[in-house]
Design a protein around this ligand. Structure first.
Ligand SMILES: Cc1ncc(COP(=O)(O)O)c(C=O)c1O
Length: 341
């Protein structure tokens, strides 16, 4: 399988802007503050660019990953329409824990389906938030199917899933809106747009938010680089094949990115506006975790994957040229979770 995709024309695509009151909502939550955007001159020197900044999501609203930005806004919207509903979801880890946390915040119950490959500690952290954890046979995609069937089985249950399929688009759209806060913060912190943003990708909802943000009318148009595990590179496969493509997955240290099927809503947005995609190995992600730790940044393999992705993209002159980057380029790497073990 190819491990690189580049279509520079995607930078010129314009997406209709969709503003919402999501940032004000996040600001109203207890413990909200913007996460740091940390300059890492050592990485800038290594990559041969002007500046590298790491958006450090190791502590977001009291949880160790960015996912609560989407889960909180979606739970709020769902409960506004279905007061008192039981919240149901499936997860690789971070999203389910965030939904469980928000269920407790809003005073409702949560049932979280997890794949059989999930580490017991990860499942325990979800249960510790007060949610009921249900093990599903198979991988993440199977857990999503179980959660959807369970939610549909009885009234009073509401599915809060961070991936879309035909007929299930509204909640994932709220989740994507929730991620907007992270990008608004980057814009404030940087005082403008970077030249490259690297995004870790599971089903592609975060990448959808990034593309929507940086392709809105009148926005500067940085390159958007999707980074996936080489064992679960469904976005790379889909972009390369020019149609949504499911891939078989295997265990990876990048647990949050271990998804074989893209979000249906993310697909048209990434197809039109995501100009680059790369797949990285577990070994490269673990090296990135260790490097970020040396630079004082707590990151897990799913978050540090963007360091590995930027390395893979910038080490080769042809790839650099395709991304339109010179030695003054400003690169933002989204590190979406804190250290995981
Ligand atoms: C830490 C981390 N980073 C990135 C992602 C990828 O987000 P998405 O599934 O929206 O592509 C996830 C998803 O769970 C995650 O947990």
């Amino acid at each position: 399988m190819t491990s690189w995709y580049n279509r520079p024309a995607a930078r010129d695509w314009t997406c209709p802007s969709s503003r919402s009151e999501v940032r004000a909502f996040h600001q109203s939550l207890p413990g909200y503050s913007p996460t740091p955007l940390i300059p890492v001159p050592e990485l800038a020197a290594e990559l041969g660019v002007g500046r590298v900044l790491v958006k450090d999501e190791s502590s977001r609203l009291g949880l160790p990953a960015f996912k609560v930005l989407g889960a909180s806004w979606a739970c709020r919207q769902v409960l506004h329409r279905h007061p008192g509903a039981m919240l149901v979801t499936a997860t690789d880890g971070n999203h389910g824990r965030a939904v469980a946390r928000m269920a407790a915040h809003f005073g409702v119950t949560a049932t979280v389906f997890v794949p059989e490959v999930m580490l017991p500690d990860t499942a325990a952290r979800i249960a510790d938030e007060g949610a009921k954890v249900v093990w599903a046979d198979g991988g993440y995609d199977d857990a999503v199917r179980c959660a959807a069937a369970f939610a549909a089985d009885q009234p009073g249950r509401a599915l809060v899933q961070d991936t879309a399929w035909d007929g299930y688009e509204q909640v994932p759209a709220w989740i994507v809106q929730g991620y907007q806060t992270l990008l608004d913060e980057v814009e404030d912190q940087l005082g403008g747009a970077p030249d490259l943003v690297a995004v870790p990708v599971g089903v592609g909802s975060l990448a959808e938010a990034v593309v929507r943000h940086y392709r809105r009318p009148a926005a500067a148009r940085p390159s958007v680089l999707s980074v996936e595990p080489d064992t679960a590179a469904c976005v790379l496969a889909s972009l390369t094949a020019a149609r949504p493509t499911t891939v078989a997955t295997a265990a990876t240290v990048m647990a949050g990115l271990n998804c074989g099927t893209m979000s249906r809503s993310a697909w048209p947005v990434l197809r039109a506006g995501c100009d680059a995609a790369v797949a990285v190995t577990d070994q490269d992600a673990l090296r990135a975790v260790a490097d970020l730790r040396r630079f004082g940044i707590s990151s897990g393999p799913s978050g540090a994957a963007t360091v590995a992705g930027a390395r893979a993209a910038l080490a080769e002159p042809e790839r650099r040229a395709g991304l339109g980057l010179d030695e003054d380029a400003v690169v933002v790497l989204l590190s979406t979770e804190g250290h995981t073990r």
